[in-house]
Design a protein around this ligand. Structure first.
Ligand SMILES: [Zn+2]
Length: 121
């Protein structure tokens, strides 16, 4: 894997991770607003047929579960890119070190394949 490919794969993993986080945060936010609306509605006499079941808390709990699942997916999606020499996955600071120095922070070897440059004829 060449350095540009490595950077492209890192960016793709980071983008996917960010999308999961935004989806989870959005779901949690919507559930919080929904829970507040349902709680207020119930306090003002609405939803009498639900009895003592608290839909607001249920919705809030569902939002939290969705957020946790999205955080797990975000973490799983950002497992980094493997070093070509030792195979350890480079992510976060280790990936930044590899990009800056061209060397793997774990094995010290070249983290990328050489880029084949066009040679003049
Ligand atoms: Zn390595």
């Amino acid at each position: 894997m060449t350095k540009p490919e490595f950077i492209r794969r890192l960016q793709a993993a980071s983008r996917k991770s960010r999308q999961y986080f935004v989806a989870g945060a959005t779901a949690l936010g919507l559930c919080m607003v929904g829970a507040a609306a349902i709680t207020s509605w119930k306090e003002h006499g609405g939803l009498a047929w639900t009895g003592s079941f608290d839909f607001g808390k249920g919705l809030l709990f569902a939002g939290l579960i969705v957020m946790v699942l999205c955080l797990l997916l975000a973490g799983a999606g950002d497992l980094g890119v493997p070093c070509v020499k030792c195979g350890k996955r480079l992510q976060g600071v280790a990936a930044q070190i590899a990009v800056a120095t061209d060397n793997c922070g774990y094995c010290g070897g070249k983290a990328f394949d050489e880029v084949e440059l066009d040679k003049p004829a």
